[in-house]
Design a protein around this ligand. Structure first.
Ligand code: AKB
Length: 315
């Protein structure tokens, strides 16, 4: 369905891999990568874009003749908690601009939501698709408002909005920055470099996670899904696993037996993690468009360690 795709935040944690994935499916010249930071991509078009600049976003999409907008630019949870006003302006301003451009140019639209769209009063285990959403973080406020806006643009203007509530995403390519779930990426780097990791998240804290290849595939699958089957236009719960720090450490120890984990809990990120679900229920995504993740914790650990060993040897 998608033919010409514009991506914002293309140098971010998801964007840096999404660009290549989409180029592989739809063709290198059919994916316009944009970011606030300059870059020269190995392949394909790139343009500088500050997502709060509505006119430039519109002009770039129009000139490229984009039929799809993937709006990935955002501040993650811990940074948003440090800079709440900046988060509001960037996360909400960017989203409204991307939705407006999509309305004006008739583009299909994707943006990620997050497990951060839930809060302490949400059912913590097997969190349903449709449930209480009263987050206590600025990031969560942005994500809930964003989900509502996607619903609004679909019902009011007929924009083909689609979204995923991502859990923590783990990858060996780009490091996340300023998230609460980032420990689950960092732990693999430190396992290889030092055979030891000090976690800022306390043991016993469960959060949902997903390996990046599954996240990228789920974006493509959702965007290609038959619109008539989609009941949810705000965002779908998706998850591949839920673990606490000791469990990821145990998975690493199957390959690096001397690996040790210790704890120096960061109160800010711990409070965010405590306000999020322990595990979410992805059955609406399974039913409405066939969501399925391939990697569980151990399969992800094998792949992460293998790929990172090569990457870290070459730096
Ligand atoms: C974060 O930790 O902020 C993100 C997320 C779960 O949305 N990884």
């Amino acid at each position: 369905m998608m033919k010409r795709i514009m991506i914002t935040g293309a140098l971010g944690q998801i964007g840096s891999e999404l660009v290549g994935k989409l180029q592989g499916i739809y063709g290198v010249d059919n994916v316009l990568a944009t970011d606030i930071r300059p870059a020269s991509l190995e392949n394909g078009p790139f343009q500088l874009l500050d997502v709060t600049d509505a006119q430039r976003m519109y002009d770039l999409a129009k000139d490229f003749k984009a039929d799809t907008m993937m709006h990935m630019a955002a501040l993650l949870s811990a940074t948003a908690e440090e800079k709440p006003l900046l988060a509001w302006n960037l996360n909400m301003g960017g989203l409204v601009n991307a939705l407006e451009a999509s309305r004006e140019l008739g583009m299909q639209f994707f943006t990620p939501s997050s497990i951060g769209a839930f809060g302490p009063s949400t059912p913590k285990v097997n969190t349903p698709q449709d449930t209480l959403q009263r987050p206590t973080t600025m990031y969560g406020v942005n994500k809930v408002a964003g989900e509502l806006l996607c619903d609004y643009y679909f019902h009011k203007f007929g924009v083909d909005t689609r979204g995923l509530r991502f859990p923590g995403l783990i990858s060996h390519v780009a490091q996340p920055g300023g998230g609460t779930t980032d420990y689950a990426v960092d732990i693999y780097y430190k396992a290889i470099e030092k055979q030891a990791y000090t976690s800022y998240i306390a043991n016993g804290t469960y959060m949902d996670m997903m390996y990046m290849p599954d996240a990228l595939q789920s974006i493509v699958d959702l965007m290609e899904a038959d619109a008539s089957r989609l009941e949810h236009r705000n965002s779908f719960n998706v998850t591949a696993m839920s673990f606490e720090p000791e469990e990821i450490a145990a998975s690493i120890r199957k390959h690096i037996p001397e690996f040790k984990i210790s704890y120096e809990v960061d109160p800010v990120r711990q409070a965010i993690a405590d306000s999020w679900p322990d595990s979410i229920d992805a059955s609406a995504a399974e039913q409405e468009w066939g969501f399925k993740a391939q990697y569980d914790l151990d399969a992800m650990t094998v792949d992460m360690l293998e790929k990172l060993k090569i990457k870290l040897q070459n730096v």
